[in-house]
Design a binder for this molecule. Sequence first.
Ligand code: SF4
Length: 285
Amino acid sequence: MTHPQSNTPQYSALQLAWLQELGIEKPWLPSEQFVPTTVSAPVSVAVSKAPVVSAEAVVSAARPMATRPSGASGARVVASAASLSATDAPVDTRALAAGASDMVALADIIHACQACGLCRERQQAVTGEGVMQPAIMVIGEAPGDYEDRQGRPFVDRPGLMLDNMLSAIQSSRTQNVYVSNIVKCRPPGNRNPKPAELSACKPYLLRQIELVRPFSILAVGRAAQALLETDESLDNLRQVTHSLLVAGQKIPLIVTSHPVTLLNHPAEKAAVWQDLLLVKTVSGL
Ligand code: SF4
């Protein structure tokens, strides 16, 4: 895929502000200087054959799946395949997710779900928000305290950081992005979700991906390892174009740091900037 940018990239005022926040006064990171990306073999995930209906869209689709590029052009290919499978999930959530014909039905099921212990301490389940058929679907691992209270993913300072990251590549959750988490209920004390909780909730995310139909996925933080089912470090996973096959649709997946990490470790922003440019390229933005 040919990158749409010219050899002399143009940066908006918002991008320049973000670069300056990184300590980069001049935009010296044209896409041509990036390490070539890698496309991993896709994972086949069959959730259901229910028709796709976009009932919960905040904004109408950014682009149809039929126009998606087949992958990142110029990318090198690794043989290892991410293995995202719902087969180890409890049968009930799989069946429930498969029975959701649209996002409204899926949200109703998630809000009523008691398939794992996380339902006991949640204030409300956090499903997701954004546009249908987005250029990018951002996926985190689990909602935190503010998300649990507000019922929205990526809010407060991490949410603002994420929005700034997206703005730097001319994207937003009201324009061309959908945001969600693997686990829909907050783990107590913001602990990491347990494997059984991830497994129980995974069918909902898979059905969500199937319904949302994203152009690409940006997996942030530990969500990357969970989605790719690997113990590899984030540093080893980033700057690589992985892919996920969900219900027959191969979706490019890029890995980056969680916005919370950027708040605590601003030096990570330089690496994240490159991740953002990679997902922008992969998405054809
Ligand atoms: S985390 Fe997922 S599986 Fe567990 S109760 Fe919440 S919605 Fe159900």
